[in-house]
Design a protein around this ligand. Structure first.
Ligand code: SF4
Length: 307
């Protein structure tokens, strides 16, 4: 079982810039693993490509640093191969909402029990700060010759409409709050998204500093309730989705909220659908006898391929 944050800290070199919000996020991930009492041997962190995607190297659990835009199918495959694992995914806004947006949408249709912690700083920071899909129109970051000409994607609205059942926003400099939301995402059965407003002091310092976040990000109103009490009640589910979308539409890039916008503990996960079809997970299938000899005879297959 997880013991403490120190035991989860790897010896790998952290080459993030001084003051980078990724350092707060990695601390929150470790805190969340401890708070959720996860066994490090049964925990996997998957990432794509980008500054954020270096995170699996810094946490002493299993880690896979995959291809640009492809961490979601990797994470889904790992979870389906061994449902006993807790699968966390740390990647960036460019990686997930840009390069991998098709996978981001399709993940909602499946509702596999994986947790997406997306580091959202509005730029492709590893490649010197080009505009990512979440950079608002009119904002100029260090690398752009002129203010951004494109409108911004709303990843939370897209997630809700794609079928995500846990959709939240947090920020990188409030580590305890972030860790608490991560724990709730981990405890939620099914696909979860935590969009993390992340500080990038190198390429987007003006709009991602701690003082800027403290002024422009506010907790959801106390009377806001995004929790579905009865997942079988379609009317309630739709009403809560609609309320979340309305709340997101009421925001502007200078006034946004943190907290859980929508949560529906719908038991209809991809894993439950596979179980209903009686398809066992690969890890539960016997592949060798007591002496370790394989139970599968591949000779007929090899013979069929002979030329
Ligand atoms: Fe962090 Fe930005 Fe530096 Fe990347 S470029 S390590 S996101 S501060």
């Amino acid at each position: 079982m997880a013991t403490d944050v120190k035991s989860l800290t790897s010896n790998e070199f952290n080459d993030w810039c001084p003051g980078c919000g990724d350092s707060g996020i990695v601390l929150a991930v470790k805190n969340a693993i401890v708070k959720a009492n996860l066994d490090p041997h049964k925990t996997v962190i998957v990432s794509g490509i980008g500054c954020s995607s270096k995170l699996p190297h810094l946490v002493n659990v299993n880690g896979v640093h995959t291809l640009h835009g492809r961490p979601i199918p990797f994470a889904e495959g790992i979870k389906l191969a061994n449902p006993e694992l807790t699968v966390l995914l740390d990647s960036g806004d460019g990686d997930t909402y840009g390069i991998g947006v098709g996978h981001f949408i399709s993940a909602g249709r499946r509702n596999t029990d994986i947790k997406l912690f997306i580091h959202d700083n509005g730029v492709y920071s590893l490649t010197k700060g080009q505009a990512s899909p979440t950079l608002p129109e009119g904002r100029k970051t260090k690398s752009l010759p002129a203010p951004n000409i494109n409108g911004a994607l709303s990843p939370l609205s897209l997630a809700i409409m794609s079928g995500y059942n846990f959709v939240a926003r947090a920020q990188s400099f409030k580590v305890n709050e972030l860790a608490d939301i991560m724990v709730k995402a981990i405890q939620h059965k099914g696909l979860a998204l935590v969009d993390i407003m992340q500080g990038c002091p190198t390429y987007n310092p003006e709009f991602t500093s701690a003082p800027w976040f403290n002024t422009h990000l506010k907790p959801l109103p106390q009377d806001y309730d995004g929790y579905v009490k009865d997942p079988s009640n379609k009317e309630e589910v739709n009403e809560k989705k609609l309320n979340a979308i309305k709340m997101l539409l009421s925001e502007d890039p200078d006034n946004m909220h943190t907290g859980i916008f929508f949560q529906n503990e719908d038991p209809d996960t991809f894993e439950s659908r596979l179980q209903a079809r009686k398809i066992p997970s690969p890890v539960s299938q016997k592949i060798a006898d007591e002496s370790g000899n394989p139970l599968t005879d591949i000779e007929p297959l090899l013979k069929s391929l002979e030329v």
